[in-house]
Design a protein around this ligand. Structure first.
Ligand code: GAR
Length: 197
């Protein structure tokens, strides 16, 4: 059965674009949801003819109401997999228990979780950082790791230059991980994700 993938994004959506451009994942992306009306990801989805909708956080007085609306919009798209591609809000436990969810994060977890991972790595003075694709559980940037790749920190790097090189690697790693899920090649054993041949 062909898997249906729904992508949640908050920002420009370059990782969404990587999924839309990759031959193994482009056909699987069936919907895009954002938490901001102006998210660039909406335009990228429209450009690819994919259903897209903003469930804008600011339109709701209560976080619980927004979360319920997001879950409804997600359910309507009938995902087998949800992908957080630069989605900058924490999802309720009930959401990530309902759908298998992958996240891409711009550090080598468990180092530098949170919303400012690239800045935190630079501030710490690490020589190597990178990106992680992991399954999402109810703790932030915590679930079992599917794939990681390193990026060297260069002399003179700032947040923008380092993040740009990390994103270039994310654009390869995320579609590869989503393709493995779609091919039923990921199995999870506690914290360990195994890739089936
Ligand atoms: C990506 O670099 C992703 O790793 C990061 O947001 C960026 C979104 O870029 N996510 C996080 O920091 C999550 N904690 P994009 O909108 O161009 O895909």
């Amino acid at each position: 059965m062909d898997k249906r993938v729904v992508v949640l994004a908050s920002g420009s959506g370059s990782n969404l674009q990587a999924l839309l451009d990759h031959p193994a994942t482009s056909g699987a992306v069936r919907g895009v949801l954002t938490d901001r009306a102006g998210a660039g990801a909406l335009e990228r989805a429209a450009g690819a003819g994919v259903d897209a909708e903003a469930v804008a956080f600011r339109d709701y007085d209560e976080r619980a109401d927004w979360a319920e609306a997001l879950a409804e919009a997600t359910a309507a798209l009938r995902p087998d997999l949800v992908v957080l591609a630069g989605f900058m809000r924490i999802l309720p436990g009930a959401f990530v228990e309902r759908w298998p969810t992958l996240n891409v994060h711009p550090s080598l977890l468990p180092a530098f979780p949170g919303a400012h991972a690239v800045e935190a790595a630079l501030d710490w003075g690490v020589k190597v950082t990178g990106c992680t694709v992991h399954l999402v559980d109810e703790e932030v940037d915590h679930g079992p790791i599917v794939a990681q790749a390193c990026v060297a920190v260069e002399e003179g790097d700032d947040v923008a230059s380092l993040h740009a090189r990390i994103q270039a690697v994310e654009h390869r790693l995320l579609p590869e991980a989503v393709a493995l899920f779609c091919a039923d090649r990921l199995s999870v054993d506690g914290r360990h994700v195994r890739i089936q041949p």
